[in-house]
Ligand binder design. Structure first.
Ligand code: QV4
Ligand code: CA
Length: 512
């Protein structure tokens, strides 16, 4: 009885840190700007069969329509109401997606924009994705409803009403982020409206939330909102399951607000991860892969059980929020695959894979002036659907990094080695490294300009394994390089510095 109580309590305490994934699955993918109908199809035809655990979806609530520039992706971060009604689809389509994805064990995580409504200069009228009336000037959002009493205008002390100094925690939390109307989250009424919105999503079947702009909300306010959330829908989740929470806090160090203030509420986005890993893979600042030996907390990253990790996100892949030059993206495909491969092989953190659309970059004075470009659209402004080519890549300018063989196979690798520690670390002192995950999998990188030929202890049982980077196991054959592990567990690896992908990964589910 005592033990049961203890288990129950520890379960409750750790609950919001747990993504609620189906067992054997480990990784979510952000299907940035995808339509609900396309996500539903992707869950059934691709994500479930390939072991993806979940999908982060773009904000589902009604937003301001912005036509100058023409329908930027970031209009979705300017809420008008909590009606489920955007370019991704309406409420019925959202419900259909959640049901179909949940039914195949791929869970949905909603990007919740709850710190603010639209920009102060958003005007008035019905130029919103569901046609709801609003007046940004008078702070009137009747479709929620919010009025001028529900914003922080009185509390913010800067002359402009906007955040002017990130060194002042009061400004960062009580003033407007780039003029976005800042909600008074200490008000019970406002908390109630937000909780109602999130509980509606929970009742539809979502499994958790990304809290957008969490740095701009007081951790205590977030906590009270989390406490008002219902347990997950028991049609798909065990009774008592709590929504998974991950808070967007950009903490690269040196700011007044740090990520650790948010650990009590849930996980936190670890932005140092992609910034530092990008430097290592690019070999900038004297970094080398050998230094990854103590990657994770040893590098000053947040505790493993608090970290939500990613190589790039929808902001920093285009120079927004913490977008430094070191961030690896699909534009640097060869390095990117190594970065994502490393992330998925390494045990640290809860991993998220990015899935993007293509746009043409145009750098003016080092700034991409096309950083606003929204998803591929039809002439009426509606989002184009994701078409699938014969070779399983995506059409209509959707990049679909999650369908790249190397990335998809590393998601399967992560699932296969789940629960195993990091073992058999090897390095050459430079940019050649290798490590295993117990007796389940092994990965080796050659990020040098010279060829590699080494024999290493893998920890795997004897046999022939199929490299899941250069190819994969299909039925009984291997379409890529074969690796022979001896009875002592050692294997010879040769990787040319000019290989398409200079890394090899093998695991027990790709044994021939
Ligand atoms: C501009 C000026 C303001 C000015 C205002 C006057 O910059 O100084 O006061 O006009 O009208 C868009 C425009 C931005 C504009 C603003 C208001 O880009 O130039 O202000 O709208 O009209 C996304 C984009 C933003 C975009 C915003 C709202 O990145 O460019 O702003 O959506 O449409 C910090 C935060 C972090 C944040 C990151 C980007 O700590 O929380 O910046 N990241 C999240 C999301 C991000 C989103 C928001 C937060 C806001 O991941 O995508 O911003 O919801 O680091
Ligand atoms: Ca705020």
């Amino acid at each position: 009885m005592k033990l049961l109580l203890l288990l129950l309590l520890s379960g409750l305490c750790s609950a919001q840190y747990n993504p609620n994934y189906r067992s054997g699955r480990t990784t979510m993918v952000h299907l940035f700007e995808w339509r609900w109908a396309d996500i539903a199809a992707e869950c059934e035809r691709y994500l479930a069969p390939n072991g993806f655990a979940g999908v982060q979806v773009s904000p589902p609530n009604e937003n301001l329509i912005i036509t100058s520039p023409n329908r930027p992706w970031w209009e979705r971060y300017q809420p008008i109401s909590y009606k489920i009604c955007t370019r991704s689809g309406n409420e019925q389509q959202f419900r259909d997606m959640v049901t179909r994805c949940n039914n195949v064990g791929v869970f949905i995580y909603v990007d919740a924009v709850i710190n603010h409504m639209c920009g102060a200069g958003g005007g008035s009228g019905t130029r919103s994705t569901c046609g709801s009336n609003y007046n940004a000037g008078s702070r009137d959002f009747p479709a929620v409803p919010y009025s001028n009493l529900d914003f922080n205008d009185g509390k913010c002390k800067t002359a402009s009403g906007n955040i002017e100094n990130y060194g002042d925690v009061y400004q960062v939390r009580d003033c407007r982020l780039v003029s976005l109307l800042d909600l008074a989250l200490e008000k019970d009424y406002v908390r109630g409206k937000i909780a109602d919105y999130l509980n509606n999503l929970i009742s539809i079947g979502v499994a958790g939330f990304r809290f957008d702009a969490s740095k701009h909300m007081w951790p205590g306010d977030i906590k009270t909102i989390i406490n008002r959330l219902n347990n997950l829908n028991t049609q798909w989740f065990h009774g008592g399951s709590r929504p998974f929470i991950f808070q967007e806090v950009i903490d690269l160090g040196g700011e007044a607000i740090s990520a650790n203030e948010y650990y009590g509420n849930g996980r936190v986005t670890e932005f140092k991860y992609g910034a530092k890993l990008g430097n290592v893979i690019r070999k900038w600042n004297g970094e080398r892969m050998s230094y990854l030996r103590n990657w994770g907390e040893g590098w000053g990253l947040m505790p493993n059980d608090r970290a939500l990790v990613f190589v790039d996100n929808h902001d920093n892949q285009r120079g927004h929020g913490a977008g430094g030059a070191s961030i690896l993206t699909f534009f640097d495909a060869r390095l990117y695959k190594m970065g994502v491969g490393f992330m998925l092989a390494h045990p640290y953190g809860s991993a998220r894979v990015m899935s993007s659309y293509r746009w043409t970059r145009n750098f003016v004075n080092g700034q991409d002036v096309n950083d606003w470009i929204g998803p591929p659209i039809n002439s009426d402004g509606s989002t184009k659907s994701v078409t699938i080519n014969a070779d399983s890549t995506c059409g209509n300018d959707w990049v679909c990094e999650h369908r790249w063989r190397q990335i998809k196979n590393m998601v399967i690798f992560r699932n296969t080695v789940d629960g195993q520690g990091l073992t058999n670390w090897w390095e050459n002192g430079g940019n050649q490294i290798a490590f295993g995950r117990g007796n389940r999998g092994f990965i080796i990188f050659n990020n040098e300009s010279s060829n590699m030929d080494v024999t290493l202890n893998t920890g795997l049982s004897a046999g022939t394994y199929c490299d899941v980077i250069s190819g994969q196991k299909e039925g009984t054959r291997c379409t890529g390089t074969q690796i022979t592990v001896s009875s002592s567990g050692s294997a010879r690896f040769t990787i040319s510095s000019s290989a398409d992908d200079p890394f090899i990964a093998i695991h027990v589910n790709a044994k021939l």
